[in-house]
Design a protein around this ligand. Sequence first.
Ligand code: RUQ
Ligand code: CUA
Length: 646
Amino acid sequence: MNGAGLILRLLTACEVEEEEHEALGGDLESIMESRGLSEADILAAAKTYTPSGKLDEYVLLASGGHSGLVLAIGVPSMRILKYVAVFSPEPFQGYGMGGLGDAVLYGEGKQRGRTLTWGDIHHPNLSETNGDYDGEFMFVNDKANSRIAVIDLTDFMTKQIVTNPLLASSHGGAIVTPNTEYVLEVSQYATPLGGGFAPLADFQKSYRGAATFWKFDREKGRIDPARSFAVELPPYAQDISDAGKFASDGYVFLNSWDTEMAAGTLGEGKPFLESGASQNDMDYLHVVDLRKAESLVAAGRAVEINGMRVLPLDVAAKEHVLVFVPEPKSPHGCDVTPDGTGIVVAGKLDTHASVYEFSKIKDLIERGEFTGTDPFGVSVLDFQKSLRGQVEIGLGPLHTTFDDTGHAYTSVFLDSTVVRWNYTQLDEPPVSMPVQYNIGHLTAAEGDTAHPKGKWVVAMNKMSQDRYVGTGPLQPQNFQLIDISGPTMQLIADLPIGLGEPHYAQLIKADKLKTLQTYTPAGVNPYTDARGTGAVAPGEERVERSGKKVDVYMTVIRSHFTPDTIEVNEGDEVTLHITSIEQARDQTHGFAIDMYNVSVSLEPGRYEEVTFLADTPGVFPFYCTEFCSALHLEMAGYLLVRPKGG
Ligand code: RUQ
Ligand code: CUA
């Protein structure tokens, strides 16, 4: 084709495109027609569309499941704001890539001496003051490796990981008490506490669960393992938990789904866990008296396992620290009502939501009115006498969240619905709305606090199936935003989550979050919130050598590193002390070196420290990974590693 022909082809292509644009760019009616949109679609769009520059009213903090990340999502726009690195290395935030975050991820995060590079986050929980979110911290659990992480919400960074020294998996976490004195972490699959071996045939004798109460020191913004303790539990596969509030403050409630103590086939033809654990009609809701447990531990009644104080099961049973109430088989959700008077339990193999009346449970315990004990001597209350009532919800109800009008919203896994019902009088016919598909958790605006806000529910669906353009067999999970402000619920927006299976999320009013824009004054180590030990001001940059140890004190500002030439010898141990001396909003730099697996993020004012062994001789460019300025590409330098004897 000659030049003129090519131009003609291009022009024609442009014209065609323009034509299509015209069809789309016309008035509302023609757009609706060309895109096949209904009036309901337009209304939904109007409720969620957030013009550029306008901010969201809420922030959804969602678990990223086995990605080991947490997502921050704006609501109602459903725009993803950030992935917070927690249990997995993440290069954008420079977490686990050679900087200071390594000490959290690979240091504190070590479980039984092993380095882990992933986690399975299930339940993010925001810190609370008097039962309401205060926007200061967030805690998440790692189901796979029984760990809890502390995220500081001033900079959305993971500041601490604590590893549970008793458990080998934990699901019922990271639930906070109403003033965040404790972060609860409850076992899932029973194992011998503290590690060690016991044959599966000894399941009842040697396998246990535990509820760990991690003490949170709000002043320090860290969990204090030395002031934490646990309560030993039977090997019943405890599930999710919730903390009481108001009348039920001082108690925690947790589900269990394996009171059968099934442990799989055992290689000898026993039923698989799924059917073995589904034999009994009832499992046990665990009622734990936290205050009593605390005082017994203080009185020295605990034993120590791997440095953790553990209140033994026989003591917990005898002192009624632990009491059981039957709950319909294979329960999953356990949610305390906003006023603290009720506990909603929904069973995967039952069609009801059961609402327990806390005052009835308390009365029965105080009167010593039990129907008997379990094989471990734990007292059991009467099911009917503990109930407020039950509501028929649908097939496979799971979790419940609340609004500000006395309504509960329960996710129904098998039916793929969200069901709205009245949890105070239990007297309204439940209303259901389909979601796509197989909903797990759901969350309403501040829906698990003392003061839910109503307005929005986010359904977190396990499957998306036909909702999105195909990207191969591994499909995203599907978040759906539901407007609950009117008499009927309306599904108004979808958001695919393509990085891991989100479980729980919490939806907080955006203005409660008081985030930093810069670290000020420059030189802040975000992991100590203090001045970095090697932070320097402009003019103080230098290289210090002592034997084979080389310390580089570096500053970073548009668009250069000072110093930008670093010469070391093969075999030297190099530490880069890097201070961003920027103070302008969003003026972030990054620092990466060829081959040494180093990537750190340098937000304005942030201090970072990178240590590595220069064991490969050669020439290694380092450069800034953020397109920070017109001369960003020029923001680079060289690390020269002189070969031995060279
Ligand atoms: S989970 S989808 Cu909370 Cu781990 Cu229920
Ligand atoms: Cu600094 Cu690019």
